[in-house]
Ligand binder design. Structure first.
Ligand code: R5P
Length: 299
């Protein structure tokens, strides 16, 4: 069967069905699952079908990145061999961006490695709320066109539904511009904490006090071990905040994260749909769609 060639085609892996279906529906583009066969020795065979559009996109969210990166590179190769002239990657969550410098002698800078590998395989890359700290834009490190779209408007829309008096809380100073923009869009006050990390699951967060709001919404780009959220929630409770809700963009949720967050007394936890998870409540698909087709922004 031939895909409708005039339209770009979207090709997705099994974990990304929900995001892909929503995007295909919004764009009116055809979407097709990518076949993956796992050989007994652990290698994978990737097959795309039907024939892709001359412009095609792979959708792949990079939680469990080590497992996913190689098959994604193969998908790009398969699409080109099947006739695609331009192959883009839509990575709702892009991993390996936090190691953005040499923290200790002898380490790799994984941010550069992922940029080199994906940049060589794809013509363009779109992602959401990439964790950028020491660089401002993905285009500084990727050789292909690469763009990170801010999830702030979608986060603010969810936050705005909360009844005041509520304060928007960022767990660290690094997040200040992002938290400020969510506060501005949601027309709510905001504060940020001062975070120090001592290990994978050991963090300390101090907030300015007093906090004159009985309710708080912690916002963060990623929840991995959940330690940041848990420690922030406990610190807010100590300062007299009665109700803490949490909204994260990327629900990476390593083992034990949800238990840790619940045990810290968080009332409600929601996430963006960049990674399929039962906590998904904030659709980020529209932000990608608007970039793919600026006309959608005027609707
Ligand atoms: C760090 O700078 C990020 O913005 C997140 O706060 C962090 O990645 C969360 O990690 P975890 O859930 O393991 O504390």
């Amino acid at each position: 069967m031939m895909a409708k060639n005039a339209l770009p085609t979207i090709h997705y892996f099994p974990g990304d069905v929900a995001f892909a279906s929503e995007l295909c529906k919004t764009m009116g583009w055809p979407g097709f699952p990518i076949d993956t066969h796992n050989f007994p020795d652990g290698e994978s065979l990737i097959r795309v079908h039907p024939k892709p559009g001359s412009k095609s996109f792979v959708i792949r969210s990079f939680n469990d990145p080590n497992e996913k990166i190689f098959p994604t590179l193969c998908a790009a190769d398969a699409l080109r061999r099947a006739g695609a002239k331009r192959v883009g990657l839509i990575a709702p969550y892009l991993a390996y961006l936090r190691q953005d410098k040499l923290f200790q002698e002898g380490e790799a800078v994984s941010q550069r490695v992922i940029a080199n590998v994906l940049g060589a395989a794809f013509d363009e890359i779109l992602t959401l709320e990439a964790h950028l700290h020491r660089i401002q834009k993905l285009s500084e490190i990727f050789s292909c066109k690469a763009l990170s779209i801010s999830a702030a408007p979608a986060m603010a829309e969810w936050v705005r539904k909360k009844k005041s008096p509520v304060v928007v809380v960022g767990p660290d100073e690094e997040s200040e511009p992002w938290v400020r923009s969510i506060g501005r869009l949601a027309k709510l006050p905001y504060i940020v904490g001062k975070k120090s990390r001592y290990g994978d699951r050991r963090v300390r967060i101090d907030f300015p006090s007093p906090i004159d709001h009985p309710k708080a919404i912690i916002v963060d780009d990623i929840a991995s071990t959940g330690a940041t959220i848990a420690v922030a929630a406990k610190a807010l409770a100590k300062l007299g905040v009665k109700e803490v809700d949490v909204a994260v963009v990327h629900p990476v949720f390593a083992r034990g994260a949800l238990r840790r967050i619940q045990a810290a007394g968080v009332r409600k936890l929601v996430s963006g749909n960049s990674i399929a998870d039962p906590t998904n409540a904030i659709s980020l698909t529209g932000l990608i769609a608007e970039k793919l087709s600026p006309k959608l922004r005027q609707r």
